[in-house]
Ligand binder design. Structure first.
Ligand code: PFF
Length: 476
């Protein structure tokens, strides 16, 4: 197997190509697929957004996935060191390594709030476990959740949770601790092993709940909503959001795939591997839509419910549907599993930087980075209660009204991530040695020409437009 470790050295890495693919899919598939994608698709009117999103995945996402994995495999070290090595081999300035540092900071910041949101998921999994327990106790394990509660009773839970800093802190700490545990154990024993068990479990749950929704929910309306494009809905902000979502969902622009790619050895081509990762991620997003919207429509809920769609609307549906308590519980377990394999990749990027650049041990690096992200995350969760008046980026009109969590989310998502993707495409398209990159990808002549064109021209131009219009919406 070309991905297996070639020598008897003690370097940690993936045990096989399949192990890498599973871990990379685990990194890509996360809250972005199951929470963010349905939210955006719902708010943006469905079909047209979905179509543009798929287009961006193919034309921009896939070429960048291939670029990042290639840089990592050439570099064989953390993101900063990998950019540096490719630059050196290409006779270019070493300062291009700054892209790796930028990615590390972005991953670190995303991790801080990602863990907070994953903490909400944990809490809801706990609530639903309690509901399942009550259903079983009342002799009807396939009963609905929240027996006898009004819609208000059900929905008030979100506000109550957000208003309780201690609860949020405990859940955030719990999730970060598990993430830290996996990363501390290393690439093979930690990250790959976690993916090996969690990803199959994830797919079984995803397919199971989707089939349930197809029978119990309004599948036809969901299909129509997701796949019938209404092009009048295609405004510049919607196109913008679709590209941002494609980057976020594929974990691009934060050097995550560079870091994971650095644990690959061998010379096998990377085109098929990249396509598999992109296809799996997009497939999961679409299936997540087909899992959530039938339930939303069957319960007469608003698809444009926004970020609370999953936490406030769906629980109402779990009340009325048969088996609602069980399915609701499994649903939040599913999101938690997806979030964990992604948060692990977010922590791995700065952890690898500490190991590679500071010569820290893995244990020390993972601890420092997890602790740092945990502390920033505390500020984010206090933004819902104690610090609810704080608007950290109030001086910047587009972030004027953003609380602490939304500010970190917005700044990383609208500034750092597109910037990372833009610089990566410029680096691969114009700076890195053509032959070096071409050999690493292993693409055939035709595919190579297409990839080069997309990375050198389409990616930088499209991402630059998104970056600028995202920062200065007045232009649109
Ligand atoms: N792709 C993840 C998701 O869709 O939830 C989020 C993410 C993970 C972004 C890892 C960046 C990253 F490095």
């Amino acid at each position: 197997d070309g991905a297996a470790m070639g020598s008897a050295t003690a370097k940690d890495g993936w045990s096989s190509r399949a192990g890498f693919i599973l871990a990379a899919i685990g990194a890509a598939v996360g809250l972005g697929n199951i929470w963010r994608f349905p939210t955006l698709a719902g708010e943006s009117g469905g079909g047209a957004f979905v179509l543009v999103y798929i287009g961006f995945v193919i034309l921009l996402g896939l070429p960048l996935v291939l670029s990042e994995i290639s840089i990592g495999r050439i570099g064989q070290t953390d993101a900063l060191g990998s950019f540096e090595r490719v630059a050196e081999k290409s006779g270019a300035s070493r300062s291009w390594r700054g892209i790796g540092a930028l990615g590390g900071i972005a991953a670190f910041l995303i991790l801080s709030f990602y863990s907070v949101v994953a903490g909400w998921v944990l809490y809801y999994a706990g609530v639903m476990a309690g509901e399942l327990g009550s259903a079983i106790a009342s002799g009807n394990p396939l009963g609905g959740a929240f027996a006898g509660e009004s819609v208000d009773d059900i929905q008030v839970r979100l506000g109550d949770m957000l208003g309780n800093p201690t609860l949020l802190l405990v859940m955030h700490a719990l999730f970060m601790a598990v993430t830290w545990f996996v990363v501390s154990r290393g690439v093979h024993s930690g990250i790959e092993t976690a993916a090996k068990y969690l990803m199959p479990a994830f797919f079984v749950l995803l397919i199971g709940i989707t089939i349930y929704g197809a029978f119990e929910g309004n599948f036809g309306e969901a299909i129509a909503f997701l796949f019938t494009p209404d092009f009048s809905k295609l405004t510049p902000p919607v196109i913008n959001a679709a590209l941002g979502q494609a980057l976020f969902s594929l974990s691009l622009g934060v050097a995550g795939l560079i870091t994971y790619g650095s644990y690959l050895s061998g010379k096998d081509g990377l085109g098929g591997t990249s396509a598999t990762i992109a296809l799996a991620d997009t497939g999961v997003a679409l299936i997540a839509g087909l899992m959530i919207f039938p339930i939303v429509f069957a319960a007469g809920l608003d698809p444009a419910g926004g970020p609370t769609l999953v936490f406030q609307s769906l629980p109402v549906a779990f009340q009325s549907m048969p088996g609602g308590a069980l399915v609701g519980f499994l649903f939040f377990v599913l999101i938690g599993v997806a979030a964990l394999t992604s948060s692990v990749s977010l922590l791995e990027v700065p952890t690898a930087l500490g190991i590679g650049e500071k010569k820290w041990t893995r244990g020390k690096s993972a601890t420092v980075m997890a602790l740092g992200a945990f502390l920033i995350g505390i500020l984010a969760l206090l933004g819902y209660n104690v610090l609810s008046d704080v608007r950290p980026l109030a001086f910047w009109s587009i972030f004027e009204n953003a609380d602490i969590l939304d500010s970190i989310d917005g700044f990383t998502g609208k500034v750092m991530l597109p910037l990372g993707a833009l610089l990566t495409s410029v680096f691969v398209g114009w700076i890195a040695d053509r032959k070096l990159m071409a050999t690493e990808t292993g693409l055939s002549a035709g595919a190579l020409a297409l990839w080069r064109f997309l990375v050198a021209w389409l990616c930088p131009i499209a991402v630059a437009i998104v970056l600028v219009t995202g920062l200065f919406p007045a232009i649109l």
